[in-house]
Ligand binder design. Structure first.
Ligand SMILES: [Zn+2]
Length: 493
């Protein structure tokens, strides 16, 4: 079978955004306001914009043409094909058949791996990541749990202290009503063939772009992962996260896509205009490490690494998927439910969950059946493939932006030596060769997303005059010459 992913026209990835900048009115000061916000307070010590700063500001705040072209390649029809193929394996229960070529989880994972290898054009490292999970309440016998992992190494892969990894996942295992029922029809079209298909589509679109030379090298490494054992206890994700931690890997961000397939609520309402992004604050541990205690003491409970990542995903995602909202939810997950981001959080990595806005629980974890005229079961007819495509685009916009951008600044410090109404921040120099400078962002203490920002050039110490640290939350970002911006770092006192 030929790949679903031909390499069509050659896109001009690096067409300068200068044209875009020229079309925009010049900004009056270095201080810009994000479109989502109303704070416009000028920083009194902001120097007049150089033409360069104006260009950079435009690049930062406008949709990036090269990203928009990439996102347009995500196709609902291919997502549908992936989802229907996965449903076709009858069940993908973690303890189901692994020998058959047409049924069960073994056939499913081989198909996912084969498709990723086929579309990769040699760009992705595609492999199984397997371990033996001991028997337990949700596993009758020791079971091999196999993740399918496709890696696009970044420029910093293997460079000590510089490697950053961004993981995006969906789980390909499925279940029926009884969590230990490994034989009944368990289509799992929405939970979670939708997330698996989105991950496959992203990987293949990225590989095709790289093959035809329209995706330049990125600093960060992207890991596209289809995991197993989620329904039995998050086993695949837990194994991967634990292994990463023991190998000292720097996972700078993780996003699980779980139940991103339907725009229709149980009461029939349709909302295809948003996706929920679950983001934990302070990791729920009995004893708080020093950095977290400082975070709490300074009112930074919403500025954990996970929340910083979340506002970045929201901002970049909404900018590149017009008319679509990423609704930030400041909690780990929904009540009574969990997902593959949790093992990553438990290993101390920033991790998020994307899920449709209104779930219909008749189509999750349910045997396929008719009852009182109601169709139960997680069938493809309840999946909105256009909607899945939008969520996949949010993911890809965020992942590429993160991998292109410099690492977030380290050693960011809020100076509190004396009582004053200014805000003095300092940080360590970023090692990136293509660094353009730094950007200070801020928001009201009750706001969840950045409201104001200013480029401050290549300095390592900056005083924001007339803007009191007592009244705002601040962050410092690194910006490269292409205008890609890092996640913000919280200044600890
Ligand atoms: Zn799920």
């Amino acid at each position: 079978m030929p790949s679903l992913y031909p390499a069509p026209r050659r896109a001009k990835w690096l067409r300068p955004a200068l044209l875009l900048a020229a079309l925009l009115p010049a900004f009056a000061g270095a201080n810009i306001t994000l479109p989502i916000a109303s704070v416009t307070t000028a920083a009194p010590n902001a120097k007049p914009d150089s033409a360069y700063q104006t260009t950079l500001t435009a690049k930062i705040s406008q949709p990036r043409p090269e990203l928009m072209r990439l996102l347009a390649e995500i196709q609902p029809a291919r997502l549908e094909q992936h989802i229907r193929q996965l449903v076709g394996f009858h069940t993908r229960h973690t303890a189901s058949d692994t020998e058959s070529t047409t049924r069960g989880i073994g056939a499913a994972r081989r198909a996912i791996k084969a498709e990723l290898a086929r579309c990769s054009g040699g760009q992705l490292q595609v492999a199984f990541d397997s371990h033996l999970e001991p028997a337990g309440p949700r596993l009758a016998r020791p079971t091999e749990i196999v993740n399918v992992v496709a890696t696009l190494p970044g420029r910093m892969a293997g460079v000590a202290g510089r490697e950053r990894i961004y993981v995006v996942s969906g789980h390909y295992d499925s279940r029926a009503s009884d969590v230990n029922d490994a034989t009944s029809f368990a289509p799992g079209a929405n939970d979670d063939a939708s997330g698996t298909a989105a991950v496959m589509e992203m990987a293949c679109v990225v590989a095709a772009a790289r093959s035809r030379g329209s995706l330049p090298p990125m600093d960060g490494t992207l890991v596209f992962m289809a995991v197993a054992g989620e329904e039995q206890g998050l086993f695949g994700a837990a194994h991967y996260a634990k292994q990463a931690r023991s190998q000292g890997k720097n996972i700078a961000g993780m996003i699980t896509n779980d139940i991103i397939g339907s725009s229709r609520a149980e009461d029939g309402r349709i909302d295809a205009s948003q996706v929920r992004l679950f983001a934990e604050g302070i990791a729920a541990k009995t004893e708080l490490p020093e950095a977290q205690r400082k975070l709490l003491a300074s009112g930074g409970e919403s500025d954990s690494a996970t929340r910083q990542l979340a506002r970045h995903v929201k901002e970049v995602g909404e900018r590149h998927v017009p008319g679509f909202g990423v609704t930030l939810i400041h909690r780990r997950d929904r009540y009574l439910r969990g997902g593959d981001h949790i093992p990553f959080l438990e290993q101390g990595y920033p991790a998020l969950r994307l899920t449709e806005p209104n779930e219909d629980f008749r189509h999750q974890h349910q045997d396929v059946r008719q009852e009182a005229g109601v169709q139960y079961g997680d069938l493809p007819e309840f999946v909105d493939f256009e909607y899945v495509a939008k969520v996949a685009r949010v993911n890809l916009a965020a992942l590429i932006s993160l991998a292109m951008a410099p690492a977030a600044p380290v050693g960011v410090k809020m100076h509190t030596e004396q009582l004053e109404n200014d805000t003095r921040l300092s940080w360590q120099a970023s090692p990136e060769a293509d660094l353009a400078g730094y950007r200070i962002v801020w928001r009201d203490t009750t706001a969840s997303v950045w409201q104001g920002s200013m480029l401050v050039g290549k300095v390592l110490d900056f005083r924001v005059k007339g803007k009191s640290k007592d009244n705002y939350l601040f962050g410092v970002q690194a910006v490269n010459k292409e205008g890609y911006v890092s996640v913000a770092s919280y200044p600890l006192p």
